[in-house]
Design a protein around this ligand. Structure first.
Ligand code: HEM
Length: 452
């Protein structure tokens, strides 16, 4: 999205020793630049390119439906649900399992020890006092007992990650040794070195496998880097996908005719038996209209409304504006997605603008930054659609998030109809707030009615 005259602003020392610094602003993909970033991205890319664990996501969706159904008295009784916290529980469990085979257990119990710990740490990252004066917690932590307690919680969280890393590494080493013994070879490859076998493995295992295969330590991730990346996958992947799913439910509640059309597609592709069907990869690629709905949601209410700042590496000019070397600039994705020069009636929710002759191929599973074709009559430049950014620093979790959304929405459509309550605060337009730079709906209550 940015040319070489702009580089990502290195985030680092300012936050050392703070909760934000220990949790997020560390040696991870989001924060590092130049050679460090190249190394990390090269290692992480194959893990994110594997085929997605749809059966796992599907099982967790079935679990969520059971929780919802347990609070209804019958198929005809609607139930009102605050959607955003519910989606957060689902995303936390899918991401925990897919990232490092850790089940937060959030769907079953949103108040369990690990969920509360994670939420506490995340909220603490935003505390205004320490965001403005990070030296307070670096040098005078003892003056702030509550802050100190949260540091201890974070230590427990990071220790847990280290424990999981150690266990996984030992398990993989054992497997490797077994294979070597069996094959009688000097150099055995770990169990899944091929992309196509990745689907059942979590991201952490895939990255550790890389470490075990690599002989040059300069091309491997240290445990600190592994942990820091796991933290950032949560920060970057949990709230964003949660918000995307919540907004999607909102738009479909506001537009029942679009909801029904999407449901008919789900029935056509997955069948209409009254039972939870988990889409296969093949089926998920056939969900053309549902993909259009997802794209339009990401355009009109994208969870990331701007990119993190870039710094001009030299005096340059952008759109006729002179930008001196060292200036920080950013891109507003919101403006990009609502610019009337590129989008016909940008404030109207209209999935049709993503219809195209090649929409069959347009499944959100490739690695092209702008794989989402756009109807040329509605938008004059497909590069204007970039909810996951674009270029070399495009979101690494894009395919994962698209896979989650394309699994969840058809399952939900087959199982429930939903609408906005009469007294909803969102009747006119969706009310949002921003947490950790992610835009999400506030108190979005939705009435759900079971189909089966
Ligand atoms: C709807 C869901 C998501 C949206 C809208 C989104 C959006 C974005 C955007 C706009 C960026 C670029 C930020 C910048 O350069 O300033 C980004 C980067 C990133 N995202 Fe996502 N993201 C989503 C889901 C995920 C998921 C599921 C993960 C991981 C599990 C993830 C991990 C990352 C990481 C690690 C980066 C930094 C990549 C790099 O700089 O190489 N994201 N995301």
């Amino acid at each position: 999205m940015f040319g070489s005259e702009f580089t990502k602003t290195a985030l680092g020392e300012f936050w050392t020793g703070t909760i934000l610094g220990r949790f997020i602003i560390g040696p991870n993909l989001f924060c590092v630049v130049d050679r460090q970033w190249k190394k990390q991205r090269k290692i992480a890319n194959p893990a994110f390119r594997r085929s997605m664990p749809l059966p796992l996501f599907g099982r967790l969706t079935q679990k969520l439906f059971k929780v919802i159904d347990s609070s209804t008295t019958g198929e005809d009784t609607p139930i009102t649900i605050n959607v955003h916290p519910l989606m957060k529980r689902w995303t936390l469990d899918t991401l925990g399992n897919a990232s490092f085979e850790f089940d937060f257990g959030a769907i079953d119990d949103s108040n369990n020890e690990w969920v509360l710990r994670y939420e506490t740490i995340l909220h603490a990252c935003e505390a205004p006092l320490f965001a403005l004066f990070p030296f307070l917690e670096r040098r005078f932590l003892n003056w702030f007992p509550e802050r100190k307690r949260i540091h201890d919680e974070l230590t427990l969280f990071l220790d847990k990650m280290q424990e999981i890393i150690d266990k996984k590494r030992n398990k993989l080493l054992e497997q490797q040794k077994q294979q070597q013994d069996e094959l009688g070879q000097k150099k055995a490859s770990p169990s899944s070195s091929d992309d196509s076998d990745y689907s059942n493995e979590d991201l952490l295992s895939l990255m550790i496998q890389n470490q075990l295969q690599e002989t040059d330590v300069n091309n491997t991730l240290t445990d600190e880097e592994l942990k820091s990346n796991l933290c950032v996958f949560f920060m970057a992947g949990n709230d964003t996908t949660t918000a995307a799913l919540s907004f999607m439910i909102y738009h479909l509640a506001k537009h029942p005719e679009i909801q029904e059309r999407a449901r008919q597609e789900a029935f056509r592709v997955l069948g209409n038996e009254p039972t939870d069907i988990i889409p296969t990869i093949q089926q998920s690629q056939e969900l053309v209209y549902i993909t259009m709905v997802i794209n339009e949601t990401l355009r009109i209410t994208g969870p990331a409304d701007s990119l993190t700042p870039r710094t001009a590496t030299k005096d340059t000019e952008l759109g006729g504006v002179f930008i001196p070397k060292g200036t920080n600039v950013t891109v507003s994705l919101y403006e990009l997605h609502h610019n009337p020069r590129f989008w016909d009636q940008p404030d109207v929710f209209d999935p049709e603008r993503f219809a195209s002759s090649d929409s069959q191929q347009n499944n959100g599973d490739d690695d092209d930054a702008n794989n989402n074709s756009i109807n040329a009559t509605h938008c004059s430049n497909k590069e204007m659609f970039a909810p996951f950014s674009s270029g070399s620093r495009v979101c690494i979790g894009k395919n994962l998030s698209m896979a989650q959304q394309k699994l969840f929405l058809p399952m939900l459509l087959r199982k429930y109809r939903w609408d906005l309550p009469e007294d909803s605060i969102h009747r006119e337009k969706v009310i949002t707030e921003t947490t950790m730079d992610v835009v999400h709906p506030v108190n979005l209550n939705i009435n759900f009615k079971r189909i089966y």
